[in-house]
Design a protein around this ligand. Structure first.
Ligand code: SAH
Length: 409
């Protein structure tokens, strides 16, 4: 069957030629013989070939481009592109496949950034977790799981397509086994020598914030190299203790984990026990406090608490351009109070995962907070996700996670 044809309005082809993967309905002149989720050929107003992708009229993003070459999008194409994405994970993959890192966890397919719009695949040791964010991927998830089972060894592939964005594609949330065995209640992974329980069925995202792996490693290095004596770490928005456990792992340090989710804190404590960190050699354990971070910080300032390091990794505040101002006030409030709590010579590791807030704007917000706090700070490092989360140069929306490591005086 021939592909449907989507014709672009005159003068609206530039982003397509520049390889942005999304075509919004406003740029489309007409769609002929296209069916929901199926492959369409995208042409200029004069009929010249532009790209090929999948179509969904229910979505504002009517076409997701898969290729800018005039080539068929058949099973062979999916196999080639999946293989390319997986091979791009270099040493992480090699180590896993060699058996050197059987509990390693990393992102294998990063959607648009691997030129596979709408598809996320994460490895958690012997299991893969797949997210189908669009109708085009949802229709093909059986085939994709089959190809993955052939090219990326696993005991099972679990689907975690229970995300709100699917609503925009006219899809319902879905979860369940796509291939092989049902994963256990918790999969145990290892990161920088620390073990974590990961709940791939009900945990956030596909179970773990894999995008922060390198930054957790950076904190681990900082704690090992810069602190001889006891040090206090405040881990804001701790989830299952990712950053907080680095303090216990390097000994000496005392961690305070704050999160609003009881389930996340329970797992954070379980993770400390799993590593034998529950009571470290100094007889200290971490504190796990269920609280709203904004309120906790205000109270901590009043109480005059002091910390050597604060990590601030909030959830996404701005989901679109309209929410940027309100989000900026939120980030400013958090960072202002964090600055007030840091001992002179201490560190702040602060993040934003709002795609609508650029790295530049985030830095300006943190600067505003610093100015109001009366403290001094130096940027030691600009932070982002690890290289298993590449960002396509043609897709600025992919650069959602940004952060700063600051020394504060
Ligand atoms: N740093 C973590 C990931 C943080 S995700 C890691 O490395 O794994 C954001 C966390 O913020 C979630 O666990 C969520 O439960 C929590 N959260 C969201 N809003 C909050 C609030 N107002 N106060 C406290 N925690 C909140």
């Amino acid at each position: 069957m021939a592909d449907g044809i989507v014709t672009i309005k005159k003068g609206r082809e530039k982003p397509i030629i520049q390889q942005h993967p999304w075509i919004f309905s406003g740029a489309i002149e007409n769609a002929k013989d296209a069916s929901p989720g199926d492959i369409v050929t995208v042409v200029k107003h004069d009929g010249t070939f532009l790209a090929r992708g999948y179509w969904n009229a229910k979505s504002q993003i009517q076409v997701r481009i898969l290729t800018w070459h005039d080539e068929p999008i058949d099973e062979d194409w999916w196999r080639r592109m999946l293989r390319r994405a997986i091979e791009g994970r270099g040493i992480k993959n090699i180590a896993y496949e060699r058996g050197d890192a059987p509990q390693s966890a990393y992102r294998m397919v990063n959607a648009e950034n691997d030129f596979l719009s709408g598809l996320v695949v994460d490895r958690y040791g012997e299991w893969l977790v797949l997210q189908a964010l669009t109708l085009g991927i949802d229709n093909r998830k059986g085939m994709i799981a089959r190809i993955l089972s052939e090219i990326a060894p696993s005991r099972g592939i679990y689907e975690r397509s229970d995300v709100d964005v699917r609503g925009k594609e006219g899809l319902k949330p879905e979860k369940g086994v796509l291939f092989g065995e049902e994963p256990p209640e918790h999969i145990i992974i290892q990161e920088h020598g620390i073990k974590f329980h990961v709940d791939v069925r009900d945990g956030h995202k596909t179970g773990f914030y894999l995008d922060q792996t390198d930054n957790r490693g950076l904190l681990n290095n900082l704690l090992s190299s810069d602190f001889d004596g006891p040090c206090r770490l405040l881990n804001l928005f701790s989830y299952t203790g990712g950053f907080g456990l680095q303090a216990l792992a390097t000994g000496g340090a005392h961690g305070v984990d704050i999160d609003s989710s009881h389930a996340a804190l329970e797992l954070a404590e379980k993770n400390a026990q799993l590593n034998g960190f529950h009571l470290n050699e100094h007889g200290q354990s971490a504190d796990y406090i269920q609280a709203d971070v904004f309120e906790y910080l205000h109270d901590a300032v009043t109480r005059g608490e002091e910390y050597d390091i604060i990590v601030c990794d909030p959830p996404k505040f701005a989901f679109n351009a309209q929410q940027v101002d309100k989000a900026a006030r939120g980030y400013k409030d958090l960072n202002l109070n964090a600055f007030k709590l840091i001992k002179s010579g201490g560190y702040l590791m602060t993040f934003s995962c709002s795609g609508a807030i650029s790295a530049d704007l985030f830095q300006k917000i943190v600067f505003g907070a610093l100015a109001d706090s009366g403290r001094q700070a130096q940027i030691l490092k600009h932070l982002g996700p690890g290289d298993d989360h590449p960002v396509a140069l043609t897709f600025p929306e992919g650069a959602y996670l940004k952060g700063l490591l600051l020394r504060v005086y």
